[in-house]
Design a protein around this ligand. Structure first.
Ligand code: SF4
Length: 447
């Protein structure tokens, strides 16, 4: 279906698009080839603190599991092979789809970016959803080489609390909980030092932490620019850009790229450059998309509808704060708050604070925050409706999804839902979802 829509705004491709793709490819190549020059490879979750591992040297390279699982999902024939391998090995279909893709790739000894699976020297993970720790424990078991698995328990309760009087959430950090996480980080550093036989370098930690704080706030600053009408970015493009934060938040190259991107997006806003030149309506979505079917976001454009992003692409690996009057804003880095970091403990404290304040991390502690946060995004980003994905592939971020849909509907927000799976194409019905989108567009008056 395509309407004869008025071109209301100028549009042009992003100038730094190719550079973003290049950086992503280099990340996987660097990881795969790390051993050629005596470097270290480690693997763990994307919701983590890569800057801590950076203290072990400039030749230490991560492979974060979730974006790797999503890359596999994007390649549907390879994903099907990985899922078959995981099921043959006895893993059930109802556990995390990214984790199954990762395990399958390991079982097949086939790396999504070419060659054999480059095994890490160690695993380092943060545990918040029920799959996080098990993911790498099982990955190490599949290898059978006794590689160590370090898991930091992050179940310390919610970082944000709800104020009944104002109807808003507010930051209420649990200092004992942050200390519990920091103590685990100290202990892991000591153990990994012994395992690798390398001394830990605090100067490298401070440098990488500075990049991590910056990367976790520059993307939210870019996302804020998408409040503009017309929106300078659309969701499908944002998926290729936000991912750098999920690969390695401690990267100086990614920081330079995000700064360049921010300047370019600001320029697009100043010149009124639209992602969708026919923009006449705006929607947002909530969670991971079905990665093999991103064309559903292009389908919206047939109606002159832009998807301005999601609660997921805004916040997955990034740091947001809530103002006194209940607005979502980028969190300030320690430097922006005038804090100078001179010792390991202070550095780890602020890193843990950043991680534990992550909005998605909090979905496993209080999933009411996501419902409230989506309503705020809907209002602040001038949306006309919200698409909700009942994503069977992720038990962590899907927690409370039905209640969240109800909350939004009860607040008068037009909501559509569709069922699917971020990483397993067998659980997504493309034709049915397109039909649902068509109906939703009609209810928004887009005919
Ligand atoms: S939060 Fe979702 S994607 Fe991440 S490990 Fe848990 S189930 Fe998998």
């Amino acid at each position: 279906m395509q309407f004869d829509l008025e071109i209301k705004y100028p549009s042009e491709p992003l100038k730094c698009w190719a550079k973003g793709k290049e950086l992503r490819d280099k990340y996987y190549q660097d990881y795969a080839s790390a051993h050629d020059s005596g470097g270290i490879r480690w693997s763990g979750g994307a919701a983590g603190l890569e800057s801590v591992m950076a203290g072990f040297g400039r030749d230490v390279y991560p492979l974060t599991g979730e974006p790797y699982g999503a890359s596999i999902a994007f390649d549907r024939p390879f994903a099907a092979k990985c899922q078959a391998a995981a099921e043959e090995a006895g893993y059930p279909r109802d556990v995390c789809a990214y984790m199954r893709n990762y395990w399958g790739s390991k079982l097949l000894n086939s790396f999504a970016f070419g060659g054999a699976f480059p095994e890490p020297d160690l695993y380092w993970q943060f545990h918040s959803c029920c799959s996080h720790g098990k993911w790498y424990q099982e990955a190490a078991r599949i290898e059978g080489k006794g590689r160590p698995v370090f898991v930091t328990d992050c179940a310390i309760g919610p970082y944000f609390k709800f104020n009944e009087k104002t109807g808003n959430y507010y930051a209420a950090p649990n200092e004992n909980g942050i200390r519990y996480v920091v103590n685990q980080l100290h202990s892991h550093i000591e153990k990994i030092e012994k395992y690798l036989g390398r001394p830990y370098q605090d100067e490298l930690l401070f440098e990488a932490a500075d990049n991590q704080f910056a990367n976790m706030t520059i993307w939210p600053e870019i996302f804020m620019l998408n409040k503009a009408i017309p929106a300078p970015l659309d969701q499908k493009s944002m998926f290729s850009l936000y991912v750098l934060g999920a690969l390695n938040k401690a990267s100086a190259d990614f920081r330079a790229f995000y700064n360049e991107l921010k300047d370019e997006v600001q320029d697009r806003v100043n010149r009124g450059i639209a992602a969708v030149p026919t923009e006449r309506a705006r929607v947002m979505d909530d969670i991971q998309p079905p990665w093999g079917f991103l064309k559903i976001f292009r389908h919206l454009e047939n109606y002159g509808c832009v998807c301005i992003g999601s609660y997921y692409s805004a916040s997955l690996m990034f740091a947001w704060d809530i103002t006194e009057d209940g607005m979502l804003v980028p969190k300030k880095t320690p430097k922006q708050r005038g804090i100078e970091i001179k010792d390991r403990d202070t550095c780890l404290w602020h890193l843990a604070d950043f991680l534990l304040s992550n909005l998605w991390f909090n979905n496993m502690q209080d999933n009411g925050l996501k419902a409230w946060g989506m309503k705020k995004m809907y209002e602040q980003w001038h949306c006309d409706g919200i698409m909700i994905h009942y994503n069977r592939g992720c038990e962590g971020l899907s927690m409370g999804v039905a209640e969240q849909r109800l909350y939004l509907a009860e607040h008068g927000i037009p909501v559509m839902s569709f069922e699917g799976n971020m990483g397993d194409a067998r659980e997504f019905d493309e034709a049915e979802t397109i039909k649902r989108i068509d109906t939703f567009m009609e209810t928004l008056g887009l005919k």
